[in-house]
Write a protein that binds this ligand. Structure first.
Ligand code: ATP
Length: 319
């Protein structure tokens, strides 16, 4: 191969820029030319691209978001549209494509692979919910952002003797809620991987209050329940005064943490090395602390759930 394309797709995540930089500079190091595709798969249809050299990706490693922009492109689910994108990649003389994004973006890459375009996917999503990897770029930064907010909310919850309910992102997964709950010493976390039992949550909170616990933090994953429903339930079933914070998009922004910037660089190297070695159509991942490339077909059977022990531990330590 002589030329690769790179795009970011789906929800943005801190560290995507570090990955764009890593892919571009390591590919150039390996003698390849690099074309950046703007706005994910949409850019392949609207023909928005830009050649990337070493200097074009300077001053971005520390920035949140993605310099290539990102998009959700529903049209791309259709085979005819994927063929149009493929034609355009051929026109640009791109031999292989690096996709940086979440599960959906990986399915898009897989679709292009089936049509004959070699691809690799670098996991980039705050949700940490992708198959073929135990870690996705952006997760650590997001958890740290939540932690910072929870610590601030805790100050006021303590002063006012309140229960603070904090709703966090994560789509259908509880990773952000669990890890942020563990790090912040939450009283309880609600995750989609476990049935939500608001009655026992209330008993638990009331008991803690009786034991002179001055404030309680409950972290709710968006996939488990609506924060507002949890607050209503607590208010209607206890004498406690709950308040609600829905953290929203702050969780997707900001400079990547050291860990995210480092992993983005390591994933980038593995992605380019895989393409150069001809072992493409795979997802890059971190498994048992090793950076590996797993074929898409095998990745389907490699799902890593939340840590059940950590889930128990949060509740034991939060009392
Ligand atoms: P995040 O988890 O951060 O939201 P994501 O990559 O999972 O990221 P999606 O919106 O699911 O986000 O997918 C991004 C894009 O990937 C879609 O808008 C679409 O263009 C493409 N895509 C998703 N699923 C498929 C599919 N089954 N086939 C082809 N393309 C797909």
């Amino acid at each position: 191969i002589t030329k690769i394309g790179v795009l970011t797709s789906g929800g943005d995540a801190p560290g995507m820029n570090a990955a764009i930089r890593g892919v571009t500079r390591y590919a150039i190091q390996k003698g390849l030319a690099v074309e950046g595709i703007v706005r994910g798969y949409e850019g392949l249809l609207s023909h928005e691209t830009m050649p990337l050299n070493r200097r074009d990706v300077g001053e971005i490693i520390h920035r949140g978001g993605t310099m290539l922009r990102t998009a959700r492109c529903l049209e791309f689910l259709e085979t005819d549209t994927q063929k149009k994108a493929l034609d355009y990649l051929h026109k640009l003389e791109i031999d292989a494509l690096v996709v940086i994004g979440g599960d959906g973006s990986m399915r898009g890459a897989q679709a292009l692979s089936r049509l004959g375009m070699p691809t690799v996917t670098i996991p980039g999503t705050i949700d940490n919910d992708m198959m073929g990897t135990q870690y996705t770029v952006g997760f650590d930064t997001s958890v740290n952002t939540v932690l910072e907010s929870v610590n601030k909310i805790r100050d006021t919850a303590f002063s006012h003797d309140r229960v603070a309910v904090i709703e966090v992102m994560g789509r259908h997964a509880g990773f952000i809620a669990l890890h942020a709950g563990m790090a912040s010493g939450a009283e309880a976390v609600l995750v989609p991987e476990h049935p939500v039992d608001l009655q026992s949550l209330c008993e638990h909170l009331a008991e803690s209050h009786r034991m002179k616990k001055m404030s309680s933090i409950v972290v709710v994953a968006e996939g488990a329940a609506k924060g507002s429903d949890v607050v209503d339930y607590i208010r209607n079933h206890t004498y406690l005064e709950p308040n609600l914070t829905v953290l929203g998009y702050v969780q997707r922004g900001g400079s990547p943490s050291a860990y995210d910037a480092i992993i983005a660089g390591m994933f980038s190297q593995k992605a380019v090395d895989s393409l150069v070695a001809g072992t493409y159509n795979c997802v890059i991942g971190l498994i048992n602390n090793l950076v590996v490339a797993t074929p898409y077909t095998e990745a389907e059977n490699l799902r890593f759930p939340i840590d059940e022990n950590m889930y128990q531990l949060v509740h034991w330590l939060g009392r």
